[in-house]
Design a protein around this ligand. Structure first.
Ligand SMILES: C[S@@+](CC[C@H](N)C(=O)[O-])C[C@H]1O[C@@H](n2cnc3c(N)ncnc32)[C@H](O)[C@@H]1O
Length: 245
């Protein structure tokens, strides 16, 4: 199975970098705080970050006391930024696809993944591989694009009134799982839609116990500063799951 490596596309990479440089990006004001709120005690623990991107979270895990952090990513461009901007003793960056983690012989106490698992077609295999790579009692904490977002097969997300105010989200094709080709900065980005029940049943079926889920939204104060974030009133953008082996 060959994975798309869209973050190595220069045009996409440049747009994404600009987005992430914005301190008020949804990554900074919604995703990152939610992910870290789910982190178990990391003191002395070994951590694997799947789809680590720039490695910002890896530094965060180290700062929370992790003994060792391994960040893996399929994109050489993302890893180059990680190595240049977020290197530290105790962090190792590897160019490995998360579809190949069964080849890693080491075990970890905690596996994190931020906004990357929706790029993986075979979620069942990924979850089993994560379970195998975790020590007993270890945690898997991940975020992904929310299932209500991945569901759509069109770019027609919102119904708005004459004043351009959102009336409602146009949820379609939720029950039809599988590949989606979307435009986000560039055309033809491949993602995979899975329903809530598939996500949770895959995790529990592999032997994980569900500990917590989050569907975070920006604070009212942030929604007032950035009116576009009022869309979160109708639909969360991110789904977080914390499970334990
Ligand atoms: C939206 S970015 C998130 C980066 C980082 N986790 C963060 O939150 O800042 C998704 C990342 O997943 C990586 N990715 C996509 N498919 C992957 C795969 N099969 N194996 C490893 N990484 C992958 C991309 O290259 C990209 O760096």
């Amino acid at each position: 199975m060959s994975e798309q490596n869209i973050f190595d596309n220069q045009e996409f990479f440049d747009y994404y970098r600009a987005l992430r440089n914005n301190p008020m990006s949804a990554n900074n004001v919604v995703e990152k705080p939610a992910l870290f709120s789910l982190a178990p005690d990391l003191k002395g623990k070994t951590v694997l970050d799947l789809g680590c991107g720039y490695g910002e979270h890896c530094v965060g895990f180290l700062n929370l006391g992790a003994a060792k952090v391994v960040g893996i990513d399929i994109s050489e461009k993302m890893l180059e930024v990680a190595k240049n901007e977020n290197s530290a003793p105790g962090i190792e960056y590897l160019n490995i696809s998360m579809t190949d983690i069964s080849e890693i012989t080491e075990k970890f106490d905690v596996v994190f993944s931020s906004l990357a698992v929706h790029y993986i077609e075979d979620f069942d295999k990924l979850v089993k591989d994560v379970c195998n790579i975790l020590n007993d009692g270890g945690y898997f904490v991940f975020s992904q694009e929310h299932s209500l977002t991945t569901a759509l097969t069109t770019e027609d997300y919102w119904t708005k009134d004459a004043d351009d105010e959102i009336l409602h989200y146009n949820l379609t094709t939720y029950t039809q799982e599988g590949e989606r080709k979307v435009s986000w900065f560039v055309n033809g980005i491949v993602k995979y839609h899975r329903t809530f029940s598939t996500i949770i049943n895959t995790l529990t079926g592999a032997g994980f116990k569900l500990e917590q889920m989050l569907e975070p939204v920006p604070s009212e104060d942030i929604m007032n500063q950035i009116p576009n974030y009022k869309r979160y009133i109708h639909k969360p953008d991110f789904l977080f799951v914390k499970v334990r082996k």
